[in-house]
Design a protein. Structure first.
Length: 406
């Protein structure tokens, strides 16, 4: 039975984490990649060159996050959120005005850092600090913002690009960011009182009833065993959407046909968020680890052999389930295993890994495309890697005893 009281009581705080992930859309691959063909044409770039620029900017973003992300432990939620959204707005505006190759690299860096990086980071940090027994549900609500953006913005902006010059559509993104910033300033006129937090203690502990530091986590085997699995979903999903234009060309599909099926992906992603949010709250993250990559494996295996356009529906259903599962597990893994006292600092490592993996995927795939390797063959290799990561998760799940977790 759905606990409506939880959502009503925490509406203000759930809205904050929801709208932060929604706003992150303007720095996400699914949005930026809509402009891939136009950007490559405007700046005379090959698939590999565009992939290199994008991945270099994303990699640089991952490095910046390691140094900046920890400020979420120190600054108020209101100030931190406002600073990050204002930064994103500056680069969204820059994309609308830019005609310089050099500034393109800087703008992509800014979009990736403030959008994909920091806004999602803040949402997950606040979910971890503000909630404990309902953390899975809170993470599900937070990631619903991303899912809503992913379901609506591509269709809307593809239509807008049919009406306006593509650069001008970024002004619309800028206006949306302004509205979101104002709403956050209104909702966060006061900080969340510690008495409202679900945590009975100011800081929830992790494994062995301990508040882990970032350096301690990096010395622990659990993090390194989980690392390949934490990289898998962002790396491969980003690669798929980054090269969606090439994929549709190879498969003989129209881009409009591809985009119109994305709601299947978005709906299953949203449904998966709440299912896995409930499962994590009920069974703990550690017991979900061995299974949550299975939908990703099925998605890429199906896509590798897909010839029929309608098969793409099945691909999106599996992929959406996978992304929803990953979003919840990634959001609850660090507070459950390593505690909340230094959560922002600890999550910067996880976030840097996620951003790094999303940087590696497109550039490697683009490089292999330029060399003549088929995208279908690459998807099958991605499935094999996901199987390997799942085996490592099985080891972590069986090795860590329930008694070692809070």
């Amino acid at each position: 039975m759905v606990n409506i009281t939880f959502y009503k009581k925490n509406f203000r705080w759930l809205y904050i984490v929801f709208i932060l992930t929604f706003c992150s859309a303007f720095g996400q691959t699914f949005f930026i990649s809509l402009y891939s063909a136009e950007i490559r044409q405007a700046f005379n770039l090959s698939h590999g060159q565009w992939g290199l620029i994008y991945s270099t900017a994303t990699l640089s973003s991952a490095v910046l996050i390691l140094f900046v992300g920890g400020y979420a432990d120190k600054l108020s939620a209101r100030n931190m959120s406002a600073i990050v959204i204002f930064g994103l707005m500056a680069f969204v505006f820059g994309m609308a005005m830019n005609s310089s190759y050099v500034f393109l690299i800087l703008i992509i860096l800014g979009l990736r850092f403030f959008g994909q990086g920091m806004l999602g980071h803040l949402a997950m940090v606040y979910c971890g600090k503000w909630f404990s027994k309902n953390r899975g549900k809170a993470v599900a609500v937070a990631n619903s913002g991303y899912t809503l953006a992913e379901a609506s913005l591509p269709t809307i902006f593809v239509m807008l690009m049919g009406i306006f010059v593509w650069e001008r559509t970024w002004f619309i993104s800028f206006i949306i960011c302004i509205v979101i910033l104002l709403s956050i300033l209104i909702f966060l006129t006061v900080e969340r009182d510690k008495k409202e937090n679900e945590n009975t203690e100011p800081n929830q502990t992790g494994m062995n009833n301990k508040s882990w530091t970032r350096s301690e986590m990096l010395k622990n085997w659990v993090f390194w065993m989980a690392l390949p699995g934490l990289m898998t979903s962002p790396m491969f999903t980003t690669t798929l959407f980054f090269h969606q234009v090439h994929l549709t060309d190879v498969k003989g599909w129209e881009m409009s046909q591809f985009v119109i099926l994305i709601p299947f992906y978005s709906f299953t992603s949203l449904l998966s968020l709440y299912i896995f949010g409930y499962l994590v709250d009920r069974f703990n993250t550690k017991n979900i680890l061995p299974f949550f990559l299975l939908p990703l494996i099925l998605s890429f295996t199906t896509l590798a052999s897909a010839n029929s356009y309608l098969t793409l529906i099945l691909v999106f259903v599996f992929l959406g389930t996978s992304v929803g599962a990953y979003s919840v597990v990634y959001g609850t893994f660090f507070p459950e295993f390593f505690g909340t006292k230094n959560l922002a600092s600890i999550r910067t490592v996880g976030l840097a890994v996620m951003v790094l993996s999303s940087a590696i995927g497109p550039v490697l795939s683009g490089y292999f495309i330029d060399l003549g390797y088929k995208i279908d063959e690459q998807f099958m290799l991605m499935s094999f890697f996901a199987v390997f990561a799942s085996i490592l998760f099985i080891f972590v799940s069986f090795k860590i005893k329930i008694s070692e977790l809070p």
